[in-house]
Design a protein around this ligand. Structure first.
Ligand code: AVJ
Length: 363
């Protein structure tokens, strides 16, 4: 019964990110669970398409794996550890910047704002933002790692007097926006951490376009809605040595973060790769404007997966993740191509990291 009831309320109060996913939602993969006193909207990232995605990536001319595979429970914890290593400047720079600007962002959102955070993870920076928002309507964290999501959603609900409505979903595949108790004057999307960097430039453009659609919908017609905002944190282009060091940390936490994906494949998808046959390295690739993380094959070997034999030649690599960097000007152009305008941008003094406040062009 729940899926049907939810579907109705979703269509009235929310948006579907893509039309295909309405049908996924109608099938049985959407459920409502109550955990730790929180209502969790389960829009389960499905396993079968994941295996298909993995096979497609590993049988392509240039082998790759989807970057989101990094974020199971262990991977999410390893990412938290990455944020603490000396070389990884991103998180601490962004946190310091958010301390300075969260007041201005809260003002930009206004009263009765529903804050949606795709790929929320530990929601650390969100604390600052929620504390600065005048009378927020609800907080909607969206994450692919169910346990991690519930833990951080519970922690946020304990710390703030706000309705927290977690959604377990792969945000790149679309998901419903839950209805909340308070009246919603606007929606805002918070997309910090340079998560946008994990997408190619054209994927990032369509993601931003989708975010723009999600905030334009005015859920409560009787309230004069205000244009929502999309707030994106991104890492700026800088000295190549510093960028590469951030992804090749001496302690090897980032390497482990990548090997963990290989372990997961065996454990969850029956794709029996052996981590000991690969070496991790991340490089700046100028023409992509990105740090590309790869697992290089040490010696040639073959692995059978779902009936297909895949050969890994020595000297070839599996592309694990891309971390795109932008100059503020490049990012403004990207926003404009996505139907958004850059209302304001803040960076730290060194210009290492930026937070941009984007608005729909036509409201
Ligand atoms: C979470 C995507 C922003 O690309 O910098 C950190 C992930 N990978 N170290 C990034 C990551 C390796 C991170 N993002």
């Amino acid at each position: 019964m729940w899926p049907v009831l939810l579907l109705e309320s979703c269509l009235r109060n929310g948006v579907y990110v893509s039309v295909e996913n309405i049908f996924e939602c109608q099938s049985e993969n959407e459920q409502l669970a109550v955990q730790d006193g929180l209502q969790l909207l389960e829009f389960a990232p499905q396993q079968r398409p994941l295996l298909e995605e993995v096979l497609e990536g590993l049988t392509a001319e240039e082998k790759s794996l989807p970057a989101k595979l990094h974020y199971d429970q262990r991977g999410s914890m390893l990412f938290e550890q990455i944020c603490e290593v000396d070389e990884y400047y991103i998180t601490r720079t962004e946190l310091a910047l958010m301390r300075e600007i969260s007041g201005a962002l809260g003002d930009a959102f206004g009263n009765g704002c529903m804050l949606i955070e795709p790929g929320s993870g530990a929601s650390l920076k969100t604390d600052l933002l929620l504390a600065s928002m005048p009378d927020p309507a609800a907080y909607v964290p969206v994450d692919i790692s169910r346990d991690f999501l519930l833990e951080s959603a519970t922690a946020i609900a304990d710390r703030h007097d706000i309705e927290v409505l977690p959604v377990w979903a792969d945000f790149t595949k679309g998901h419903p926006i839950p209805a909340c108790e308070a009246a919603v004057r606007s929606r805002a999307i918070y997309f910090p951490g340079s998560t946008v960097g994990n997408f190619s430039r054209s994927e990032a453009a369509s993601l931003l376009r989708t975010f723009g659609t999600m905030i334009q919908e005015q859920p409560d017609d009787e309230l004069s809605g205000v244009a929502g905002a999309v707030v994106v944190g991104f890492d700026c282009k800088k000295d190549q040595g510093r960028m590469e060091a951030a992804y090749n940390d001496a302690e090897g936490v980032t390497a482990e973060f990548n090997y963990n994906v290989i372990d997961r494949l065996a454990g969850e998808l029956g794709v029996a790769l052996d981590r000991n046959k690969f070496t991790f390295r991340a490089d700046w690739v100028e023409n992509e404007g990105a740090i590309v993380s790869r697992l290089w094959v040490d010696e040639s070997h073959s692995v059978e997966m779902a009936g297909t034999v895949v050969t890994f030649e020595s000297g070839e690599a599996i592309r694990m993740e891309e971390s795109h960097k932008y100059t503020p000007d490049e990012f403004e152009l990207l926003a404009e191509e996505s139907g958004l305008t850059m209302e304001k941008i803040w960076t730290d003094d060194a210009g290492d990291f930026a937070v941009a406040c984007l608005r729909p062009l036509s409201v």
